[in-house]
Design a protein around this ligand. Structure first.
Ligand code: ADP
Ligand code: MG
Length: 224
């Protein structure tokens, strides 16, 4: 599902360098990314999703070589194949909870917003305890509620790959379990791949594999 080789990445400014000689994540695999803040976990999710591109090396996601696509092709690819749960949620403030969950269907001509999709959106929201908040706007949601909206939005289009950046970071234990249950049930039922960044060592057992970003820090960082 994901195949990275000889990847070198740096931002236009700053000293941060990410080097990944070789990383493969299989179809249907569930993988946790752990590691210190600033070690590049979010950056790697963005590379896998094609939101940023490497200086050199290859990133193949869902059979497509992300680094050889145009910006437009990358955007179309993401809509079709990738569900993203951003660390900062990225909800639209002028849309209700339900419309935020339906957002991929509103912005992509490739996705058709049918009655069945709406019903699935409502059912997902109910599963994570958002049933009474469907008409509410994000400014009146708690961080945890926002996070759950972001998770519903990511799984609704049934992508082959879910990339979730600290999806349980703002949740109490009960809601943490609900969100993880949704993500893992979704991955199992759809055969989808799940990659999640987490600082929560209690949940690592649920994943097939854990990748520790300490291994990717450059020798300069380690020596410092
Ligand atoms: P993590 O998710 O593991 O906390 P990030 O991938 O967000 O780490 O960031 C890795 C490093 O890259 C950090 O040092 C961060 O400050 C830096 N960084 C992130 N985004 C940018 C950017 N747009 N421009 C320059 N440096 C950045
Ligand atoms: Mg991060």
């Amino acid at each position: 599902m994901i195949s990275i080789s000889n990847l070198e990445f740096h931002y236009p400014s700053g000293d941060f360098r990410l080097s990944i000689p070789d990383l493969t994540i299989g179809e249907g695999e569930t993988v946790a990314f752990i590691g210190p803040s600033g070690s590049g976990k979010t950056t790697l999710l963005n590379l896998i999703a094609g939101i940023v591109t490497p200086a050199s090396g290859t990133v193949i996601t869902a059979g497509s070589s992300i680094d050889s696509m145009s910006d437009r092709e990358r955007r179309a690819f993401r809509v079709r194949h990738v569900g993203l749960v951003f660390q900062e949620f990225e909800l639209l403030e002028y849309l209700s909870v339900l419309d935020n969950i339906l957002l991929p269907y509103r912005i992509s001509p490739a996705l058709e917003l049918t009655g069945a999709v709406r019903r699935r959106a409502v059912a997902l929201a109910e599963e994570v305890g958002l049933a009474s908040l469907l008409d509410r706007y994000p400014e009146r949601l708690s961080q945890g509620e926002r996070q759950r909206v972001a998770v519903c939005r990511a799984v609704l289009p049934q992508p082959g790959l879910i990339l979730a950046d600290e999806p349980t970071g703002n949740l109490d234990p009960a809601n943490k379990t609900k969100v993880l249950d949704i993500l893992f049930a979704f991955a199992a039922n759809q055969g989808s791949t799940l990659v999640a960044v987490t600082h929560d060592h209690d949940i690592l057992d649920r994943f097939d594999r854990t990748i520790d970003f300490k291994a990717y820090q450059s020798t300069a960082d380690v020596a410092a």
